[in-house]
Design a protein around this ligand. Structure first.
Ligand SMILES: NCc1[nH]cc(CCC(=O)O)c1CC(=O)O
Length: 315
């Protein structure tokens, strides 16, 4: 039997303090409340500031990469100050310390990007943007994808949380930006921006997925959060992350990877890799079909990932 948290001994949910991170932590809390039938006061949200939230003026790849989003939450988990950490999985390193276990993922939201333009710019796709438009992003993937589609567009660094970026766009710092539909929707900004098809702008690995970690040796909490795992999301996102891992942890090239189940039950992984300026580009997909449940398909995809990487990107 799962040991349930109590008001005296609540489950402490660690999260970054940004509005998006808090919304995601609350989604995890709601899922736990619903599945276990527990009272809201048996859960406690513990917001923390990550180094990545403090550094606003540089590209994160220059100063330490994705660990800047996880370091504080990792330390708090390790010190038993929180019991679980809720992350935008896109921002979590592929190779994690074995002391932490990524046990559950919530059902994935829209994985695509939306193009958001400032007032006075009339565009619903990258192709529509005016000649020489300035597009702000902090994502090397988005910058490379945009430059590949539109070499005339000038990409500049745009950092900060979603509201900060939208503020800089409104102020005219840039003409356009790309933001994850998932983040905008979770902030209830349903009308902001125009969705870009995954065929033109393949999403980042894990985009739209929320991951929930705990201490690997914490069996009680593991059981508690395993109950809210969404298996199809977990399988597809695991395939994307295995693909990144197969590319190698030191791969600094912009990469896009998106896996999804098709109506016939097969699992398809699409991937692209770019040079920073988008001039060089390789793309491909792997399709795993046949008998077996989602887990079996995913394992096959994972087994095939190193070979798939060679096949996709050996031109
Ligand atoms: N790097 C920031 C980040 N990390 C996750 C999301 C969106 C939410 C998600 O992908 O689940 C965002 C904002 C964005 O890219 O627009």
């Amino acid at each position: 039997m799962t040991d349930l948290p109590t008001a005296e001994n609540p489950l402490r949910i660690g999260t970054r303090a940004s509005p998006l991170a808090l919304a995601q932590a609350n989604m995890a809390a709601s899922a736990l409340i619903a599945v276990h039938g527990i009272a809201p006061d048996t859960l406690q949200i513990v917001p923390m500031t990550a180094t990545g939230d403090r550094i606003q003026d540089r590209a994160l790849a220059e100063v330490g990469g994705k660990a800047l989003w996880t370091r504080e939450l990792d330390a708090a988990l390790d010190a038993d100050e929180i019991d679980i950490a809720v992350h935008s999985l896109k921002d979590v390193e592929t190779l994690r310390d074995p002391r932490f276990a990524l046990v559950a993922m919530l059902e994935r939201a829209d994985p695509r990007d939306r193009l958001v333009v400032r007032e006075g710019v009339d565009a619903v796709s990258i192709a529509d943007l005016p000649h020489g438009a300035r597009l702000g992003t902090s994502s090397p993937r988005r910058a490379a994808q945009v430059k590949r589609l539109r070499p005339d567009i000038v990409t500049t660094l745009l950092r900060g949380n979603v509201a900060t970026r939208l503020g800089k766009l409104a102020a005219g710092d840039v003409d356009a930006t790309l933001l994850a539909a998932a983040g905008l929707d979770r902030l209830e900004m349903f009308d902001i921006g125009a969705v870009q098809g995954a065929d033109l702008l393949l999403p980042a690995a894990s985009q739209g997925a929320i991951g929930i970690e705990c201490r690997s040796d914490d069996d009680k909490v593991r059981a508690l959060i395993a109950a809210i795992d969404h298996t199809p999301t977990h399988v597809a996102v695991a395939a994307e992350r295995a693909f990144l891992a197969a590319l190698g942890g030191d791969c600094r090239s912009p990469v896009a990877a998106y896996a999804h189940f098709r109506a016939d039950g097969s699992l398809r992984l699409d991937a692209e890799i770019f040079s920073d300026d988008g001039a060089e580009h390789a793309a491909g997909h792997v399709l795993v079909t046949g008998a077996g449940d989602a887990g079996a398909l995913a394992h096959r995809l994972l087994d095939e990932a190193p070979e798939a990487v060679r096949r996709l990107f050996s031109a």
